[in-house]
Structures are given as C-alpha cells and as structure tokens.
Design a protein around this ligand. Structure first.
Ligand code: TYD
Ligand code: MG
Length: 454
C-alpha cells in the first residue's frame, strides 16, 4: 500500500507545503514548518469503495432542511456578545487568540461566572491549578457559583469528563497545553494542536456544547499558534491593543454567525475586564486647544461607527530617504496618499519625515481613513490646526477623487453624538435630508476637501 503522504504546516500562519523548508514561503517565518501526518482518508483504502460509509449520514433535499435560526445564549457581557454577532451560538466553537497575558483567561472566567447561574459550565485549564483559578476568581470578585473546574491536559480524559458533566459551555485554556494520545508529537506542536482541536470540535457538534478554545499567539516557531486552527472553528476572536495601556479590544476575524471585524472594547482594571460601552469617547484625546496634525475621523468596526483621533507629525528629514511611519494604518497606503497629495494637491513631502498614528492602539483596515490622513498630514506640515469640532472620512483614489465609504449616515450620526459640528465627507455619503446639528461639506475631489478647510 502507498505510504501515507506527509504535509508540512507552518506553525505561525498555518500554510501547508508539500516539502520541508527552512522558511515558510507564505508568511516568511523561519523554522516554523513541521510535519503533519495525514491520516488515511477514510474509504479510499477500503475494498468495495465507499459503499460501507453510507451508514450514519443521510442525503437530504436542501428545500426540506429547515433554516432554523441558531439559538443564542447571552453571556451577559455585552461587548463579548457583540463580537460574537449577538450572543453565543449553541454548539459553536470559538477560538480566542491573543498574546500571553493580554486577558484571555480573565475574559472567559468572567463569562463563565456570568453564565453559570443559568447554564452548566465547565472550565478546563491545562495551565493553572483549581487553586490558582480560585484565587483569580476571588481577585475578580466573582462568586463562581456553579462553575465546574478541571485541571487536565489529556484530550481523551477531558472529553470523558465532559461527557459525564454535560456542560452547555466549556472553556479549554489553552489549546497549546493539550495532548491527544492519537498523535505522537509533543504538546504544542502543530499536529497535537490540530488533532486536539478536531476532537473538541467533534464533541461540540455532537453534544451541542459551546466550546471556547484559548490560543496563545506565539512568537516562538516551536509552538503552533492559533492561526493553524482558524479554518476548523466557527468563530475566531483576537485580542488586540497595546499591552501597556488599560484598553483591550477583541476583534472577530472570522464568524460563521455574525459580522467580521466586529470590535468589543474593554478596560483592564483591578477587578478584571470592564466593558467600555461608549468606545468613541476613549479614542479621542480631548484637546483643550486645537493642535496641528490632529484630526477626528469616523471609522467603522464591524457594525459600529467609532470616532478615533488620527495624529500626524511632519518634520524636516535629515535622511536621504525620509521616514514614512504608520501606526494603526497600512504603511503602503500612507505612501500612496502622499503621492496623491503631491500629484493632485501640489504639495510634496520629499524632504520630510512623515509619522501617522491612530490614538488608542486601534488598527484601521478601511479606506475611510484616506482623507483624514491626508488632512492631518497637511495640518502638521503647515503647522495649522484643524477645528476641534471637525470630523472627516472618505476614500481617496489615485486620480484625486474622493469616494464614498459604506454607511455614511451612520457615521455622521455617531459624530454628532460626540460633539462634532462640522464634517468634510464624500458627496455620496451625505443623506438628502442632512443631519441635524451638523454642517456638512460634501466633496468630490481632494482639491475640494483641501479648499474646505483652507
Ligand atoms: P490573563 O487573563 O491571565 O491573560 P491570558 O490568559 O491571555 O494569558 O491576564 C493576565 C493579566 O491581566 C496579568 O498581567 C494581570 C492582569 N490582570 C489585571 O490587571 N486585573 C485583574 O483583575 C486580573 C485577573 C488580571
Ligand atoms: Mg491564561
């Protein structure tokens, strides 16, 4: 019989390669490839083809399948329910990734405590003893009534306990500490992490149990990161934000049951994570006086508009190749915008260093930041502040046109709520009836936008 084929998987990005190599050609990481033995695909090896496999599953007509809305459980933590798309879907598997120490265990223990009153909850830890979890619960001020604890790392043992306990919600913290007897390699290796997760996913689907998998983002190539699991689970959430600061953001990267890019915002305090119900307020550094280079933009994270401050610093450069630094934004996009500003605004920055930063550690992945970035850069370059009550958004094209972005009216309403009185936005984003309390300057080109604030 033919030898089972092996595949090499990158522990950093999850890419598969037919051959081993020192560097992953997908993400560029070094020494992250490890061998993954594929099990024999069932059936192929069997005499008689697939005939023996028809037991257990049935073919149905699509029209007969009732498109029942999946039932959801409210965790009671509003920002968590939000990133999940409006609550926890029963039977779903959620991967929660993030750097070590960012707050994954804290968030899930708080969620367990909130849920334990109404649902059976099992918290499995491969990292902490029940005593340590107890200490954490006390520090968080959680009663913890009803939470069942298990300190175990063997998947088969965990599933045997889980079958008896029959939890509705099970947390597994963390996937990198688990091992399954089915695979030989060490805990944390790509094969172990994937096979362990596969068994937990199967359990979730068969028992209609919600499974939260904690995955540490690893810098070390020897440990598999959560990315190798993204395709196996229903929902992928990642913690982001500066570790030093108090704010923690949880973003949905993938969600079979909700919008992606949805953002939940928390503040880490002495009693764990507290929801930030009005995140627009925290990302604005309220200046008393207008400051050159600072500008408020309205971005959209998932389904929610959010006001953030964009800051630019433009300074004469001593370097032959002046610096272009973008924090919270795409660096290439910044270079492109500077080219557009030169070509269509007639202002060059060849001998200037340009730094752009989004306040509060927010990462903006949408083009609505184009116009605000250009205007902030120009404001710093000219050392001329923009009005404090101004907000801006809009995409800028290579020919200097300003294009509308999704959900303009939503953004404008959010701006008014936070004291914005003037807005410079793409013409296509302005509602016919206007927005009460807001003076809107609708622009079609970069030149018009620059005129509006000159
Ligand atoms: P933790 O949830 O253990 O991180 P992870 O599971 O992602 O590795 O978070 C640990 C950090 O949070 C630690 O640095 C201490 C801090 N923390 C607080 O500031 N307040 C608290 O109430 C708790 C429980 C932790
Ligand atoms: Mg932890």
């Amino acid at each position: 019989s033919p030898k089972p084929k092996s595949t090499y998987v990158c522990g950093a990005c999850g890419a598969r390669h037919p051959k081993w190599a020192g560097q992953c050609t997908d993400c560029g990481a070094w020494n992250t490839l490890s061998e993954l033995m594929e099990g024999r695909s069932r059936g192929v090896q069997r005499a008689g083809g697939y005939a023996g496999l028809t037991e257990g599953t049935t073919v149905e007509a699509l029209e007969d399948v009732s498109p029942e809305e999946r039932q959801r459980i409210q965790s009671g933590i509003g920002e968590l329910d939000r990133v999940l798309g409006g609550g926890i879907v029963i039977g779903s598997v959620v991967l929660l990734g993030g750097d070590p120490g960012i707050g994954k265990s804290t968030l899930l223990l708080q969620a367990c405590a909130a849920l334990a009153g109404s649902h059976p909850v099992l918290y499995v830890s491969g990292e902490e003893s029940p005593q340590q979890i107890g200490l954490r619960a006390r520090r968080l001020g959680l009663a913890g009534d009803g939470i069942r604890l298990l300190a175990e790392t063997c998947v088969e043992v965990i599933l045997a306990h889980a079958a008896k306990e029959a939890p509705r919600i099970m947390v597994v913290d963390s996937i990198q500490t688990l091992f399954t007897e089915l695979v030989q390699s060490a805990p944390g290796s790509v094969s172990q992490v994937r096979e362990s997760a596969a068994q937990l996913v199967r359990f979730a689907k068969q028992r209609d149990t919600v499974v939260f998998l904690v995955g540490h983002v690893t810098k070390d190539g020897a440990l598999a990161g959560p990315r190798v699991l993204e395709h196996m689970v229903d929902t992928v959430l990642y913690f982001e934000g500066e570790q030093g600061g108090p704010f923690r953001m949880v973003r949905s990267i993938k969600n079979r049951f909700g919008a992606v890019n949805e953002l939940g915002v928390f503040a880490m305090g002495d009693h764990g994570l507290r929801e930030v119900k009005n995140p627009s307020a925290i990302f604005l550094s309220r200046h008393d006086q207008p400051v050159p280079g600072s500008l408020v933009m309205v971005t959209r994270e998932g389904t929610r508009p959010l006001l953030v401050e964009v800051q630019a610093l433009v300074d004469e450069s001593p370097l032959a190749n002046p610096r272009r630094v973008a924090l919270g934004l795409d660096q290439n996009r910044l270079s492109m915008l500077l080219a557009v500003l030169h070509r269509h605004g007639g202002i060059g920055m060849f001998n200037q260093d340009v730094f752009v930063n989004v306040v509060g550690g927010v990462r903006i992945a949408e083009t609505a930041a184009d116009l605000p970035v250009i205007m902030a850069v120009l404001s710093s370059y000219r050392d001329r502040p923009l009005p404090l009550d101004l907000a801006v958004f809009g995409e800028v094209g290579l020919s200097g046109e300003v294009r509308p972005v999704p959900n303009g009216p939503d953004r404008l309403r959010e701006a008014v709520k936070h004291g914005v009185r003037r807005a410079v936005v793409p013409k296509g984003n302005v509602p016919k009836e206007g927005v009460e309390g807001l003076e809107i300057v609708a622009v079609r080109t970069l030149a018009e936008a620059l005129d509006a604030v000159a």
